[in-house]
Design a protein around this ligand. Structure first.
Ligand code: NZQ
Ligand code: ZN
Length: 394
């Protein structure tokens, strides 16, 4: 296990009916709030109205930034920064999924950036400056953005989708009420869980040795998601299922399973190119790529980890290691299929036209060729994209 710091200070308020605590959480920072939200789901499910009442009663001066896109755009970040500067905002209230929270993070730091918000900030990937405080109300279990210091922003002009990290971008307080996710449509519920699983698998399939704590936790969380996702799809207002997915999502990417390990994530690097070029749903792109990536990197050296994954996560009992490893991958693929996730690229509108350019960027914008579970060159990425054009025959 590598050396690491674990200092994740987000104050989590988990459970039903906790929004009466919102004034106390916001008042620490001031009364002028920029409420950031997406395309309107919070108006349909009543959360917007509920928050409006709470903020009015608390005497907040509320400004709004609505319409944050899934795969949030740099233009929206620019808009938010402008409002914060003009209105002298004290605190950001991010109400939504990962896109809204990420956009809020980029705005929070962007307020202090001199220079261009893309080239002098997001493109730098690491931000060491200050940020406005962020309080989140999470409405979708997926990214874990509510308890980590990263945000992912897209620039459609340059066809880039890049993650930016900074200590100051960590949310101060996050409200996690599973009932706020009852209204998430099945497609987004499944995509969100595929993202949670991917975060766990990206950390799990790693070359750092002696990480039993991290791997054991990851296996437990993966099994939890695999158990509860079908229940949430069948019964969207099943509190227990939503609660377990929500907490898994936060724990999957708050450093718990990734600290003490090194190395770059491969499937995320490849998926961010799909989203950058085709604006697809992040979790769906990951679900499609992951089993192909697994088959591509499965070899004598990596086999023990795949066998462990098959046995501990998927209860595979096949004694032959090679067969067991493949059976684990097959179970993952079939699980995604059973959750109605489209499992080929053409199903989400992607053909092979831009594969070469995407493969080039995936390799050059990340360290997957040098520092990954199995290093991937452009030709490897290309092959994984090509294999994603057709269903897998096991
Ligand atoms: O925009 P609204 O109308 O709110 O609808 C959203 C959106 O269409 C809808 N939704 C969210 N909560 C809902 C709901 N619909 C009904 N009821 C609710 N309660 O779901 C759709 C998707 O929302 P989005 O926020 O885009 O999804 P997600 O949470 O999966 O976030 C995806 C973004 O996060 C990035 C992804 O790349 C992508 O840009 N990621 C962020 C990470 C991080 N900060 O740590 C890590 C991840 O790996 C990921 O890259
Ligand atoms: Zn992700």
């Amino acid at each position: 296990m590598d050396n690491f710091n674990f200092h994740v200070t987000t104050d989590i308020r988990f459970g039903r009916d906790r929004l009466n605590e919102l004034p106390e959480a916001l008042n620490v920072y001031g009364k002028k709030v920029l409420m950031v939200y997406g395309g309107g789901s919070i108006k349909k499910n009543g959360l917007y109205e509920q928050l409006g009442k709470i903020l009015t009663e608390n005497g907040n001066k509320v400004y709004e930034l609505s319409g944050v896109e899934p795969n949030p755009r740099i233009e929206t970040v620019r808009k938010g920064v402008m409002v914060c500067k003009e209105k002298n905002i004290d605190v950001l209230l991010a109400v939504g999924g990962g896109s809204v929270i990420d956009c809020s993070k980029a705005i929070a730091g962007g307020v202090y950036v001199t220079g261009d918000l893309w080239s002098d900030y997001v493109e730098k990937r690491q931000y060491d400056g200050p940020a406005l405080p962020i309080v989140t109300v999470v409405t979708l279990a997926a990214t874990g953005s509510e308890m980590n210091n990263g945000g992912v922003i897209s620039n459609l002009n340059t066809q880039q989708k890049l993650g930016i990290h900074g200590k100051a971008l960590l949310p101060k307080v996050s409200f996690l009420d599973p009932s706020h996710t009852f209204s998430v449509p099945t497609y987004q519920t499944a995509a969100g869980s595929a993202d949670i699983l991917s975060h766990l698998m990206e950390n799990y399939f790693n070359t750092t040795t002696g990480t039993e704590v991290q791997d054991g936790i990851a296996e437990g969380l993966m099994k939890t998601v695999i158990h509860y996702l079908p229940i949430a799809l069948q019964t969207p207002d099943d509190y227990e299922a939503r609660a377990n997915l929500m907490w898994s999502s936060t724990l999957a990417l708050n450093g718990l399973t990734g600290s003490g390990k090194h190395g770059c994530w491969s499937c995320h690097a490849m998926e961010h190119e799909l989203s950058a070029f085709y604006d697809v749903t992040h979790g769906v792109g990951l679900a499609i790529l992951t089993p192909r990536w697994m088959l591509h990197v499965l070899n004598e050296e990596t086999m023990p980890k795949f066998v462990r994954f098959a046995r501990n996560v998927w209860n595979v009992t096949e004694p032959d290691p090679q067969k067991a490893a493949k059976e684990g991958i097959q179970k993952l693929y079939e699980f995604f299929l059973s959750c109605d996730i489209p499992m080929t690229l053409p199903e989400i509108g992607i053909d092979s036209m831009k594969f070469k350019e995407m493969a080039k960027r995936a390799v050059h914008q990340n360290k997957i060729a040098t520092d990954a579970f199995v290093p991937l060159q452009e030709t490897d990425v290309l092959e994984i994209y090509e294999k994603s054009l057709n269903p897998i025959v096991f």
